[in-house]
Design a protein around this ligand. Structure first.
Ligand code: KG4
Ligand code: ZN
Length: 332
């Protein structure tokens, strides 16, 4: 039995998962206080994590009907993410583990998103290609085994796909985070109404979304306030289509180049319905974890923890967090 904590951004999460990947509890407390700022404010996120983490962890244990003493392992996200936010999870995990002299596993957030595919009941076996598209990251990886050593084949050169959704949503007057709201608005719109760039000319497997957001900004300006308001749903649908096509195009290229015919989706953007429909038409063997396991959660962190070395008590007391990719190996 593994207890995992995840506090890398603005969701305070705790979950209990068994060694064979069965979710016993998966508690997610979304802070919902960053909307008014149009993005996550790290210091506010951190303070909220501090207030919530105890209750969320207790809830995860109670729902799973286990006590701390029953746990074999405590796992926590060490990065990448907001440092002040990560520190709350890591300090809490260290305290819980040390108090019971349990081992601790340091998990990389992106490995966690990949490992959502290894959870029961539909555990997806490597090798496969994984498209990971979240608010902070967008990458394509070749997953050969269940450990953190997946190979990154392509990534975004500027904004993440979720960021593109969020920035587009903001331009269309929707709240933050805006991906799901933009998807809802787009349901009433025509995806062919406007042409937005998909960076198709960018060779290779890398993504670029910065031009897309600028194109939307100019389009709204050109239309003027009244028409932009009248055509909001069309703008949303066309904008969403451009993101979906940009993602699908790189996925197609990756499958072709690697010769792999198994594909998993991960990250918050993988909750997007039109993306799922578009990817489903590729005709390969697919794993779409349920939306609740695509957006940030601690069950995926517990899942990943099964495939990283467990650090015995008390060797983890100086474990540190990291804001971006490079720290991953140092932290473990
Ligand atoms: O993985 P995640 O929960 O957090 C990060 O690690 O970033 O991803 C959050 C991102 C946000 O940008 C959000 O707008 C986007 O995922 N998202 C969506 C949908 N649901 C969440 N984007 C498009 N369609 C959705 N249904
Ligand atoms: Zn994430």
């Amino acid at each position: 039995m593994i207890l995992a904590l995840e506090t890398s951004c603005d969701d305070t999460c705790a979950a209990v998962v068994t060694a064979d990947g069965v979710i016993r509890s998966n508690v997610i407390s979304s802070q919902g206080v960053h909307d008014r700022y149009g993005g996550v404010v790290p210091e506010i996120a951190s303070r909220h994590h501090l207030e919530l983490i105890g209750a969320v962890a207790r809830d995860a244990l109670a729902t799973a009907a286990v006590t701390l003493a029953d746990l074999e392992l405590i796992a926590v996200t060490c990065g990448p993410g907001l440092v002040a936010a990560l520190l709350v999870g890591v300090a809490t995990a260290k305290a819980l583990a040390a108090a019971h002299e349990k081992p601790l596993a340091a998990v990389d957030h992106l490995h966690g998103h990949v490992a959502a595919s290894f959870l029961a009941p539909e555990q997806f076996e490597p090798p496969f290609v994984c498209l990971l598209a979240s608010g902070g990251h967008t990458l394509l990886a070749r997953v050969r085994d269940k450990g953190p050593g997946y190979e990154v084949l392509g990534q975004t050169l500027d904004d993440a796909a979720g960021e593109a959704f969020d920035k587009g949503a903001r331009l269309l007057g929707l709240g933050y985070p805006g991906g799901a709201a933009l998807e809802r608005l787009a349901r009433d719109g025509d995806p062919e109404a406007f042409e937005f760039p998909t960076a198709a000319g960018l060779r290779g497997l890398d993504f670029s979304f910065a031009g897309l957001k600028t194109a939307l900004l100019y389009r709204i300006r050109d239309l003027g306030e009244v028409d932009a308001e009248r055509l909001r749903a069309d703008l949303a649908a066309s904008y969403q289509r451009a993101i979906v096509e940009a993602l699908a195009l790189r996925v197609e290229r990756t499958l072709e180049q690697t010769g792999i015919d198994r594909l998993a989706l991960g990250g918050g953007v993988a909750a997007n319905g039109p993306l799922r429909e578009r990817i489903a038409r590729l005709g390969v063997t697919l794993d779409f974890p349920p939306p609740k396991l695509c957006t940030d959660n601690a069950a995926m962190i517990a899942s990943a923890a099964r495939y990283v070395p467990a650090v015995p008590f008390p060797n983890y007391l100086d474990l540190d967090v990291y804001a971006s990719g490079e720290g991953a190996l140092q932290a473990v």
